[in-house]
Design a protein around this ligand. Structure first.
Ligand code: PAF
Length: 301
C-alpha cells in the first residue's frame, strides 16, 4: 500500500495505476472504524484498485471547536487500511486541496433545506466543495459513502449527476456496534456514561419504525405496546415529537431534531401516503458530542 502525504506524491502514485483500471474511491476524514473499513471492503469487490483519502476538511465544519476536537489517528488508520487491502492512501495538506480561492457555487438542489442543512450552515457546501475537488484529483469510476450520513449521500448523488461526473455513487449500510449505536469517529469522544446512554438513540428509532409500520400496515399494530399508540393515528409529525421526547427522557441526551422526510426529496412529510419512501433522521447532542442517525420508515420496492 502506498501512502502519499502530498498531492505531488499522489499524482505520481496515480500515474502508476494502469489506465484501464476501475478505481474505487473512499473519501474519509480519518479516525477510521469498521464502518469505513466496510466501504473499503465493498470497494474491493468491484474495483481494480482502491484509493482512500484522509482529509479533515476545514470548510465543512461550521463549529471551530468541533474541528479542533475531531479525532486524528493517521498512523492507526493506515494500518487498518493496509490490512483491509487498500492500494493507495492520499493524505493531502489543506494547501494541496485549496491552493486558491474556490469561487464555485455548487447547487445542492434544495436537499440541504432540512436536517443538518439549517443546523450546520455551510456544512454541505463544504462537503460538495471537497468531494468535487477530490473527484477531480482521483478520477474514480466508483465512490463509496455510508448510509449513516443519509443527507450527505443524497446531496453527493445529486451534484455528481448535476455536474455530469462519470462516477457511480455506491451507498453502503450503516455499521453498528453490538448495542445498536451507529459507528462514528465521534463515538470515541463520548465518556463512559454517555457511551452507555447513546444506544437509546437507535433503540428509539427502531420503536419508531414499528409505530410507523403499524400506521402504514395496520396488521402489524400488535408489535407495539399499547401506550405507544395513544391517539388513534400517529402522523409523521406526531411520530417526530414522540421520538424527541423519548430520546430526551434520557438525561444525557438532547435531540436537536427528529424529522420524518421523503427519502428522495428530503422534504418533511405530513402523511404516510405522501411519499413512496420515507426516512426518519435525527441529530442528538451528547454534550459536547453531536451524533446523527436515521432509519427507513417506509420503502416501496
Ligand atoms: O463523511 C465524511 O467523512 C466527509 O463528509 C467526507 C465525505 C469525507 C468529506 O469530507
Amino acid at each position: 500500500m502506498t501512502i502519499c502525504y502530498s498531492l505531488t506524491d499522489f499524482q505520481q502514485a496515480l500515474s502508476l495505476i494502469p489506465n484501464n483500471y476501475k478505481i474505487g474511491f473512499v473519501p474519509t476524514m480519518g479516525a477510521l472504524h469498521q464502518g469505513h473499513i466496510s466501504l473499503v471492503e465493498r470497494a474491493l469487490t468491484i474495483s481494480d484498485s482502491v484509493i482512500v483519502s484522509i482529509f479533515v476538511n476545514p470548510t465543512q465544519f461550521n463549529n471551530p471547536n468541533d474541528l479542533a476536537r475531531y479525532p486524528r489517528t493517521v498512523e492507526e488508520d493506515c494500518k487498518k487500511l493496509k490490512e483491509a487491502g487498500a492500494s493507495v492512501v492520499f493524505i493531502p495538506s489543506v494547501e494541496d486541496i485549496y491552493p486558491g480561492n474556490d469561487t464555485r457555487n455548487i447547487s445542492l438542489g434544495g436537499l440541504d433545506s432540512t436536517g443538518e442543512g439549517p443546523r450546520r450552515p455551510g456544512h454541505f457546501k463544504g462537503v460538495a466543495q471537497v468531494v468535487t475537488l477530490l473527484f477531480d484529483i482521483v478520477k474514480p469510476a466508483y465512490a463509496f459513502f455510508g448510509e449513516k450520513d443519509f443527507q450527505q449521500l443524497s446531496i453527493i448523488r445529486f451534484f455528481t449527476g448535476e455536474l455530469n461526473y462519470p462516477i457511480e455513487i455506491i451507498s453502503c449500510p450503516t455499521v453498528r456496534e453490538s448495542d445498536g449505536l451507529a459507528m462514528s469517529s465521534r463515538n470515541t469522544l463520548l465518556n463512559a456514561k454517555q457511551r452507555e446512554a447513546a444506544p437509546h438513540i437507535y433503540n428509539t428509532l427502531k420503536r419508531a419504525q414499528e409505530i410507523a409500520s403499524a400506521q402504514i400496515l395496520p396488521g402489524t399494530r400488535e408489535k407495539i405496546t399499547p401506550e405507544d399508540i395513544t391517539p388513534e393515528k400517529f402522523t409523521p409529525v406526531m411520530l417526530s415529537r414522540w421520538v424527541e421526547s423519548e430520546i430526551n427522557s434520557h438525561p444525557l441526551l438532547k435531540t436537536e431534531y427528529a424529522e420524518v422526510v421523503n427519502s428522495l426529496t428530503l422534504q418533511l412529510v405530513q402523511n404516510w401516503e405522501e411519499a413512496e419512501d420515507i426516512q426518519l433522521c435525527v441529530a442528538v447532542n451528547v454534550n459536547p458530542v453531536r451524533l446523527i442517525d436515521n432509519i427507513k420508515l417506509k420503502q416501496t420496492i
